[in-house]
Write a protein that binds this ligand. Structure first.
Ligand code: CDV
Length: 318
């Protein structure tokens, strides 16, 4: 990382499947191997997928949610994840990690469950935590499905929105998986000047509510990240947990997308695989200061004008 050029060398560390019987210790060793490879390739920052410490457990439904507490992290780092933090600090590499978070009891004794990503600087300091806003899937058991996607049972939506943080010589934001399909995620960060968006995902190839979308999974993944990057003049790093996990085939195609909307690096496998790109954060200004000069060209006063007049804004579902 060069403070004059503002180039950040980013590693997107795709993971192959994590099966149910794989222990945290085994997974953390895989993450550490990827960190070491990233060091050899001069990375400043390594991005891991959504729920990178466990199998994608929302594919199973259980009546008593507390039986699933072992899939969640109640502290970060914990004794099991501390070796990852130690290794990253020793190597002088920052990282972004997705995991299931179980909070400490609040004022009324309730514990909350979030789909979370943490961002750690090269010196080991925690920059920020982001909690997934757009929670897909369903909240109740749907026995006719070949597999569940019960994220709405296992996670509450985050309430803190889409922040951006000064770190890695730039302005960095986070989102998680389904967030990447929503223009609002990028725009919220774009309006704050974001230059690098980090996103982990688990995307089953088979989309149960509409299987006609299965063949389009790769296309839609690229479509949303490329347009989000271009329309907001930002780098986007999308990192998959890929391959056949507990019988469910998931998309790879981990990608690093430039502010031009071009994919500059993409994985070739559905295994553990590191791709690397030198991300020049000053490249963002070429788009932010020209076609997408928000101050000059955006027309916020026009947006939602008609829908507000007609009272036709779609309200969030309870
Ligand atoms: N983990 C996810 O958020 N997955 C969704 C699937 C369910 C569509 C995704 O947007 O990839």
């Amino acid at each position: 990382m060069d403070s004059l050029s503002r180039t950040v060398v980013v590693g997107a560390a795709q993971l192959g499947p994590i099966q149910k019987h794989h222990s945290r210790a085994e997974v953390v060793q895989r993450l550490i191997s990827l960190l070491r490879e990233a060091k050899l390739r001069d990375c400043d920052l390594v991005v891991f997928p959504e729920l990178a410490l466990t199998t994608f457990f929302p594919r199973w439904f259980v009546e008593d949610i507390t039986e699933t507490d072992h899939w969640y992290e109640s502290s970060m780092p914990s004794s099991e994840t501390q070796p990852l933090f130690d290794e990253a600090k020793k190597l002088g590499i920052g990282f972004c990690l997705g995991y299931a978070e179980l909070t400490a009891p609040d004022d009324v004794g309730a514990r909350h469950r979030y789909n979370t990503q943490i961002l750690v600087e090269k010196d080991g300091s925690v920059v920020a935590q982001y909690r997934k806003v757009h929670i897909p899937g369903h909240a109740h058991h749907e026995p006719d499905r070949p597999f569940q996607h019960a994220e709405r049972y296992y996670f509450e939506p985050g309430t803190e929105g889409f922040g951006v943080w000064h770190c890695f010589n730039g302005l960095v934001g986070m989102m998680i998986c389904n967030d990447r399909r929503w223009p609002e995620s990028y725009r919220e960060m774009g309006l704050q000047g974001v230059e690098l968006i980090l996103c982990g995902y688990n995307t089953p190839i088979h989309y149960v509510p509409d299987p006609s979308q299965d063949i389009l999974q790769g296309f839609h993944n690229s479509l949303v990240m490329q347009s989000g990057a271009y329309q907001n003049g930002t780098w986007v790093v999308g990192v998959a947990k890929a391959g056949v996990e507990e019988g469910v085939d998931s998309l790879g195609q981990t990608s690093i997308v430039a502010p031009s909307g071009e994919i500059v690096a993409r994985t070739l496998t559905t295994d553990d695989e590191l791709i690397v790109a030198s991300c020049d954060l000053d490249w963002c200004q070429r788009y932010k200061n020209t076609l997408f000069d928000f101050d000059k060209y955006r027309r916020p006063e026009m947006y939602q004008r008609i829908t507000r007049q007609r009272g036709a804004i779609v309200q969030p579902k309870p």
